[in-house]
Every structure is written in structure tokens, then in C-alpha cells.
Design a binder for this molecule. Structure first.
Ligand SMILES: [Zn+2]
Length: 232
């Protein structure tokens, strides 16, 4: 379950969204090319610009968004061990089921001990259906993808002494106390996934590049997830 905040023409409206409804919102966002942000707590924000005709040929643009905040935020629940268990549950080769007698989640060749199985369910990380099939919840999936793509930007060097790779005369024409110094506002955007780093002219540009990378990854992932034949 999510708390849903919709920003529309008349202000904001709060309500609740079931997992199925949240999936619907995300599927529509993917189809329409809206901006999607995921949070490490398992929430998501969809934003877009609404356009309508004003007087004559005037087009009025207004920001719109839907924010989904989980009732049970993931918080610090995703330890290394928990992530390993979630990986087992998510494997397609051995579908996970809940054994109510032994009170364990099992995939046949593996089983998660009762205490850990109970914790996964109590924290809302997995959902056990009426037929005892077990799957990850949407909250868990959003938190995992957001954690995979945590980005940072490096601090620009600013004024600094020339390094071994700079020409010997570098910075000598600078006035006052900055003679012999070089200035760099360059910043690098880096993602924890290890597959993205970009050298940018300044930190603002690096922040924009990092945000664009995260959003690309969320959209690609949600495209696959919302196209899956089974819910979540
Ligand atoms: Zn990444």
C-alpha cells in the first residue's frame, strides 16, 4: 500500500493506492514518457507537464505529479543477507512458495529459516498469495532499483597548483595571488551501478547528468516490469 499525493490544477489530493493501482500509474507513466523517480525507501514519483489551450493560440503549461510513498518504508531492512534471500525468491528457475507448516519460504532446493521468512513478510518485502506463491512486492523492487543507481558528483577542484600533466607555464599569467594557479570547475557524475560516469564542465551539469542516468534506468526497468504477464 502507498500513500498517494496527486498534484493537479486545483492543488493536491491525498489518498491511498493499492499495489495494483500503483502499477497502473507506473505503466501509464512509462507509456506516456513521463519522468519517473524511485526512492530507496520503495516509493516513486511520476511527473509531467500538462498543456492546455488558453486564449487564442496560447498554450498554458503546468507541472503535474503523482507521489507514491509506501506505508511501510524499506528503511534499513535491505541488509546483504536479506538481499541474498530476495534474490532466491525472485529466481525464475525455482518459484518461491510459503510452507505454512514449517513456516518457511522455500524454492524446493533452498529454504529461508522461519525467523528470516517471518521478517521478510512482516516488513512487507515479500507477498504470499492465497495459493502460497511468494513474490517481491513493488515497494521492494522500487527500493532495490533506486539503491542500485545511487549517484554522486565530485567536488570541483577550484583553484589549484598545476599537476604533473599540465604544461610548465600553466597558470603563470594569472593576476595577484593566483599566479601559477589553475582553476577547474569540472565535476564527475558517478553511479554505484559501476556502468555510468561522466566528466562534466561543472557540478550543476554533473548533477543533471546523474539525474538523467537514474531516470533512464528506472524507466527501462519499469518498462520490463509493467510488461510482465504476472502482476509485479
Ligand atoms: Zn547506474
Amino acid at each position: 500500500m502507498f500513500r498517494e499525493t496527486i498534484t493537479h490544477q486545483g492543488g493536491t489530493t491525498n489518498g491511498n493506492a493499492s499495489e495494483a493501482h500503483a502499477m497502473l500509474i507506473l505503466r501509464r507513466a512509462v507509456t506516456r514518457g513521463y519522468t519517473i523517480d524511485a526512492s530507496t525507501d520503495g516509493g516513486a514519483t511520476v511527473s509531467w507537464t500538462a498543456r492546455r489551450f488558453g486564449v487564442g493560440t496560447q498554450v498554458i503549461e503546468a507541472p503535474r505529479s503523482i507521489e507514491l510513498v509506501p506505508h511501510l518504508p524499506v528503511g534499513n531492512a535491505l541488509t546483504v543477507r536479506t538481499c541474498e534471500d530476495l534474490l532466491l525468491i525472485d529466481s525464475e528457475r525455482h518459484p518461491a512458495t510459503y510452507d505454512p507448516e514449517a513456516r518457511v519460504i522455500t524454492g524446493g532446493i533452498w529454504r529461508i529459516p522461519p525467523a528470516a521468512s517471518a521478517r521478510l513478510r512482516a516488513r512487507g518485502l515479500v507477498h504470499a498469495g492465497d495459493d502460497n506463491s511468494v513474490r517481491l512486492t513493488l515497494v521492494t523492487r522500487l527500493a532495490l532499483i533506486a539503491r542500485d543507481h545511487r549517484t554522486r558528483t565530485t567536488e570541483p577542484e577550484g583553484w589549484h597548483r598545476p599537476g604533473p600533466n599540465d604544461p610548465p607555464s600553466a597558470g603563470l599569467n594569472k593576476p595577484g595571488r593566483r599566479a601559477g594557479m589553475l582553476h577547474s570547475s569540472a565535476s564527475v557524475a558517478i553511479c554505484e551501478c559501476g556502468e555510468f560516469s561522466r566528466h562534466c564542465g561543472d557540478r550543476e551539469e554533473a548533477r543533471r547528468a546523474a539525474t538523467a542516468h537514474r531516470r533512464d534506468e528506472f524507466t527501462t526497468y519499469l518498462k520490463l516490469l509493467t510488461a510482465a504477464p504476472t502482476p509485479v
